[in-house]
Design a protein around this ligand. Structure first.
Ligand code: NAD
Length: 343
């Protein structure tokens, strides 16, 4: 439902002829003009979209225009709104270049990060898992104006190296990396930790933890003037969270790797962080049983009484890439409305 408000700048009420109502969708301004004799006009950003001239009065004309506007927004604008980047005046990350790994679709945490980094002026290289994923990621990469878009399945030998090699050739430097990927085979993830197979454990640790270590290794020579490395973790690394199981073990190792790498690369001006968002309904999350219960608990118990969005995660992550955060490193930053401080 659109939120129509009377435009008080235009004459309204008794005696007024044409009345105007305004609704805002993202960056777009919708105007509905209705006349008492049953004429109506819909404009979007000043351009005429539809006209009604056979209504019996103003009220009926407005109803018809509202309906047309809602259909128009659904079919033409909602998709674009999902692609829209936040509008930010200060391009605080202008001149910085970064790699974003882990966009599967517009619900991905990596997409929230990419939008924030781009909105702040950074230039981005983006990867997609495989051909099947490409059709979802490509339009997003276009919205980000990403000059580098490459396939990256971390379990395929050579693909990670190829991405960093291309960045080295085209950019000659790298300022940040967002590693936002995790994977665990279903039987490993959904079973008890005590029952996990050697293969299940190895795959979980390999994709969810070792790949971050390797990306740090590949990024180091490109971060000649320093940089920031990010990975995504979760509270289940610290506490036993029902159904998080072996992924909690992998995230604990990941957060520990963050501290070691931060200590090792700190003298070169490279900072390393784990970002720990509260639960978000993404594709990866759909592999965790009873995830809705986790969302309900997070919302009702977090001091902020709110779930987080991928945009919340994105802006906080982007802040840590800014020079203002140059003396913050090795951190696990919770973006969870404060949930982690509660018992
Ligand atoms: N959703 C949550 O509630 C939540 C909370 C805290 C942390 N996280 C973490 O955030 C990160 C991103 O997950 P998300 O929730 O945005 O889900 P998502 O499904 O949108 O992203 C997961 C990404 O991992 C990628 N991936 C999996 N296997 C891969 C492989 N072999 N090679 C390359 N990429 C691979 C997928 O392609 C996908 O892009 C993960 O590390 C996840 O554990 C998620």
């Amino acid at each position: 439902m659109l939120d129509w408000k009377t435009n008080n700048a235009m004459a309204a009420g008794k005696g007024a002829t044409v009345q105007q109502f305004v609704a805002i969708v993202g960056k777009d301004r919708l105007e509905a003009e209705v006349a008492p004799w049953g004429e109506g006009l819909l404009k979007i950003n000043g351009r005429e979209i539809a006209r009604v001239d056979d209504a019996i009065d103003r009220r009926q004309a407005f109803r018809a225009i509202k309906l047309i506007a809602e259909r128009y927004v659904e079919t033409h604008m909602v998709k674009n709104t999902a692609l829209a980047l936040p509008s930010v005046k200060a391009k605080l990350l202008e001149g910085k270049r970064g790699l974003i790994v882990g966009i599967a679709n517009d619900k991905s945490i990596a997409w929230g990060c990419a939008k924030a980094f781009r909105a702040l002026g950074a230039e981005l290289a983006v990867t997609y898992l495989n051909d099947k994923a490409k059709k979802f990621v490509e339009p997003l990469a276009r919205a980000l104006e990403a000059p580098i878009l490459m396939p990256l399945d971390v379990s395929v030998g050579g693909q990670m190296e190829a991405v960093f090699e291309r960045i080295g050739k085209e950019w000659g430097k790298l300022d940040f990396v967002v590693h936002s990927i995790a994977f665990s085979p279903k039987d490993a993830l959904q079973g008890r930790v005590v029952d996990v197979s050697r293969e299940g454990f190895a795959t979980t640790m390999d994709v969810s933890c070792w790949t971050f270590i390797r990306m740090a290794h590949l990024a180091e020579p490109l971060m000649k003037k320093g940089g920031t490395l990010f990975t995504m973790s979760y509270y289940g690394s610290q506490m036993v969270v029902k159904n998080y199981n072996i992924m909690g073990v992998a995230k604990a190792a990941l957060e520990c790797a963050v501290r070691y790498i931060a200590a090792e690369l700190g003298p070169k001006g490279i900072r390393v962080h784990a970002i720990s968002p509260g639960p978000l309904a993404t594709r990866a999350a759909s592999g965790i049983p009873e995830f809705d219960a986790l969302l309900d608990k997070a919302k009702s118990q977090a001091p902020a009484r709110s779930l987080v969005s991928i945009d919340d995660v994105g802006v906080a992550t982007a802040f840590l890439a800014h020079d203002a955060a140059r003396l913050i490193t090795g951190e696990t930053l919770y973006i969870d409305g404060g949930y982690h401080i509660m018992d």
